[in-house]
Design a protein around this ligand. Structure first.
Ligand code: MEV
Length: 309
């Protein structure tokens, strides 16, 4: 039996602007994971069993199916390790809500690749895996920055600039977050292309927003590294306002952000692609319960507590 898994992620600061070259900060959520298990197959080739993604995909060698993410990662791994078509069944299971801004697609790709490499006895280093998962991410939206696959594959907090080597983000003191899921699925691709449209329409204003995000990310990075997370709240609120201006928030996200702030969170913002999906709230151990209750009351489909360390 060969197993692979990978975590969910949250973007702490800088989503969307990161697609356009601005730095961003992200962290894994190790308690929520995608899993894959590869076992000897009964038929020919690799069959993928993934409830909620696709039922059972035979992996032929033709290029035709390669616009499917699950099939694509199998092809990419086999090509990378120079292996012919093995006879395997790969079962995929994920705790990560789909299309929620938590990186479900990248986590599933990484888990499948890891299970496949384990079955083939062909270890793959993280840099190579990250490159392959990025290739698959390009199917989800044409211009991914690479932050999602990076934080998911390395499973470490990261300071990320598109096109540069990812830098580990040192976390000086634990950051307590609540993740509020609107329960409304949303495609990152649509939100990202919306921002491209806005940039074309009003380059001056949108570039100015990106530059403000750059300043927010720099300040947030230094508070995180210095272990002063209590200083992050105002920066989260400011980042959320800019994301609203970039049209990637939604009434549900704004409602959850307001509810968290009213219940005592020192900061809150949408996280990830937006227009649905998730938001994050900065909490303290003694305020967690009241803020979680408030998020549920404001319509959160799910509330998850996580600690960034
Ligand atoms: C999605 O998690 C983050 C975005 O910035 C897209 C990307 O970086 O590719 C919205």
């Amino acid at each position: 039996m060969a197993l692979g898994s990978a975590p969910a992620k949250v973007i702490l600061f800088g989503e969307h602007a990161v697609v356009h070259g601005v730095p961003a900060l992200a962290a894994p959520v190790s308690s929520l994971r995608a899993y894959a298990e590869a076992v000897p197959g009964v038929g020919e080739g690799v069959r993928l069993h993934a409830p909620g993604f696709a039922e059972s995909l035979p992996v032929g060698l033709g290029a035709a199916e390669v616009d499917n993410a699950l099939t694509k990662i199998v092809h990419l791994v086999l090509r990378e390790v120079s292996c012919g078509m093995p006879n395997l069944a790969i079962h995929v299971h994920s705790d990560i809500p789909i299309a929620s801004g938590m990186g479900s697609g990248a986590a599933v790709s990484a888990a499948v690749a890891r299970a496949l490499c384990a079955a083939l006895n062909a270890p793959m280093d993280s840099e190579t895996l990250n490159r392959l998962v990025y290739e698959v991410e390009r199917l989800h939206h044409g211009t991914p920055s690479g932050i999602d696959n990076t934080v998911i594959v390395y499973e470490k907090p990261v300071y990320f600039v598109r096109g540069q080597e990812p830098m580990p983000l040192r976390v000086g003191a634990p950051i307590h977050l609540l993740i509020g899921d609107t329960g409304r699925p949303s495609l990152t691709r649509d939100a990202v292309s919306g921002v491209w449209g806005l940039l074309k329409q009003d380059p001056q204003e949108v570039t100015a927003h990106f530059e403000t995000v750059r300043r927010i990310v720099a300040a947030a990075r230094s508070h995180i590294e210095q272990g002063t997370p209590d200083q992050l709240g105002a920066l989260m609120i400011e980042n959320h306002q800019l994301l609203r201006k970039l049209t990637v928030s939604s009434p549900e996200l704004d409602r959850l952000v307001d509810a968290a702030l009213r219940a005592g969170a020192s900061g809150a913002k949408m996280s990830g692609g937006g227009r649905g999906g998730i938001m994050i709230a900065l909490v303290e151990p003694h305020t967690t319960e009241q803020i979680a209750a408030s998020l549920h009351h404001a319509g959160a489909a799910r509330v998850i507590a996580t600690e960034i360390t």
